[in-house]
Ligand binder design. Structure first.
Ligand code: ZN
Length: 132
């Protein structure tokens, strides 16, 4: 298993980690199968969306902010309940097929780490599962 360390810079931020995941896949002896990309945090997530127009991910992050306001009412007293809810909405992992050492993403797709309670030091685990 490999890891990607990410230092986020603001409370909410979408970080394109496609190149780092591809780099891990490229140097793996496993050339085909699946790669699982997993955030190990409860106030962040991982998703796949368009990486051609950066406005798409800023729209996604702003839509999540409108859907899940920072001010409650919430029971969790830490002040970051919106971050926890967004983490569950986005999900904590994605799975991408790998063939010939290449991520099999669509033309416009990228893998994003989504920070919902930064700035923080974050960790994403990358596990390649061999397969035909
Ligand atoms: Zn909390």
């Amino acid at each position: 298993m490999e890891r990607i360390n990410i230092a986020t810079r603001s409370r909410t931020q979408a970080v394109d980690i496609t190149a780092q995941v591809q780099e891990i896949v490229s140097r793996s002896p496993t050339k085909s199968g699946l790669v699982v990309v997993c955030s190990v945090h409860t106030t962040a997530g991982v998703t796949i969306n368009e990486n051609a127009d950066p406005d798409v991910m800023s729209d996604v992050m702003e839509a999540l902010a409108r859907l899940v306001p920072r001010a409650g009412p919430y029971a969790h007293a830490e002040g970051n309940s919106d971050s926890h809810v967004k983490s569950s909405l986005v999900g904590s992992s994605v799975t991408v097929p790998v063939e010939d050492g290449e991520l099999q993403l669509g033309t416009w797709q990228g893998i994003y780490f989504c920070e919902f309670d930064g700035p923080r030091r974050r960790r994403v685990l990358v596990q390649i599962i061999p397969g035909g």
